[in-house]
Design a protein around this ligand. Structure first.
Ligand code: MN
Length: 211
């Protein structure tokens, strides 16, 4: 088995004017594809790992010798993160039901949640991701991770005490916004609130909260 680039369920222009067509196309066909190519190549040395789907692989990085681990962590993380990201984007959905209630009870209000998430995304230094995650104790938390790290990776589980499952992901690498927003990450983060697929976030939340 090797990993393949997932098709988007929408056109590259579907998120205009917030996320532009050109960025979406390059981000998906070039950046994401490169992570996939790299991880497929690297795994040729480790045939025992190709049984794993990408989320299993990033939870089992300890099985990879240290000399190769960082490269695979970065590129497998790149694949896993972008899969979540693309599915999490859509115009015109609403935050509702159990996820809305959980956000309100965890953060006080939807507005407070949005402010906190934006702040973490804007202030994350360098390349990385902002996340809304569901922890083992069923609490929601906002975190950021560096490079292509994913909250499912075990070193994050350790550092963050049971932090667990990504509900919402925002790519804050410059490649995600530079063509349209240049250095203005703040505007990109603001635009993100218009293209969140809340139905997908709710689906992820409900699936995990019931476990
Ligand atoms: Mn990216």
């Amino acid at each position: 088995m090797s990993y393949t680039l997932p098709n988007l369920s929408y056109e590259y222009k579907a998120l205009e004017p917030f996320f532009d067509e050109k960025t979406m196309r390059i981000h998906h066909t070039k950046h994401h594809q490169t992570y996939i190519n790299n991880v497929n190549n690297a795994l040729k040395k480790f045939p025992q790992l190709i049984k794993y789907n990408i989320n299993k692989l990033i939870q089992n990085l300890h099985e990879i010798p240290e000399t190769e681990r960082t490269f695979i962590q970065n590129n497998a993380g790149g694949h896993a993160n972008h899969c979540i990201f693309w599915k999490g984007l859509k115009q015109g959905t609403q935050l509702k039901k159990s996820l809305r209630s959980a956000i309100e009870s965890n953060f006080g209000s939807v507005e407070t949640f949005k402010e906190s998430f934006s702040k973490i995304a804007i202030n994350h230094f360098g390349s990385g991701w902002a996340w809304l995650i569901l922890k083992k104790n069923k609490k929601l938390q906002i975190i950021s991770t560096k490079n292509q790290d994913n909250p499912l990776m075990k070193h994050h589980l350790r550092n963050l005490k049971n932090c667990k499952y990504p509900i919402l992901a925002l790519d804050v690498w410059e490649h995600a916004y530079y063509l349209k927003y240049q250095n203005r990450r703040i505007e990109y983060v603001k635009a993100f609130w218009n293209v969140i697929n809340w139905d997908e976030a709710l689906k992820r939340f409900e699936k995990k909260i019931e476990e």
